[in-house]
Design a protein around this ligand. Structure first.
Ligand SMILES: C=C(N)C(=O)O
Length: 128
């Protein structure tokens, strides 16, 4: 199956050897987004709510570049350096998603790139 690399100028450029997303058939694999502001490539702030918002905005931009939207996401994996932020991340997520929510995993990790507090990756399935 042919794979297609997805790129959005409205999301941060990759900070390593990966693509922002890759489409294979109708499935789009969204690389982990961290809270970098696309225009500056700087972390938005230390505030976890702002970081989470930036992450979802970045994912939204990549989804749109792939011809979809956050509504088409079927699975998310959320990585947090402090699971004490679990409720806060949930609250921010409800500003971007309505039911039926995607499947999801939430994990606590020791560290994330650029010292951020949250990273989110996902899988999106496009309509035929
Ligand atoms: C930020 C990433 N997605 C990475 O380094 O893989």
């Amino acid at each position: 199956m042919a794979k297609q690399v997805i790129f959005s100028e409205n999301a941060p450029a990759a900070i390593g050897p990966y693509s922002q997303a890759v489409r294979a058939g109708n499935t789009v694999y969204l690389s982990g987004q961290i809270p970098l502001v696309p225009a500056t490539m700087e972390v938005i702030s230390d505030d976890v709510a702002e970081q989470t918002t930036q992450v979802f905005q970045n994912l939204q931009a990549v989804c749109e570049a792939a011809g979809g939207s956050l509504k088409d996401i079927v699975k998310l994996n959320i990585y947090m350096t402090d699971l004490g932020n679990f409720a806060l991340v949930n609250e921010v997520m409800t500003k971007f998603f309505v039911e039926p929510y995607p499947a999801r995993a939430a994990l606590g990790v020791r560290a994330l790139p650029k010292g951020v507090a949250v990273e989110i990756e996902g899988v999106m399935v496009l309509e035929d």
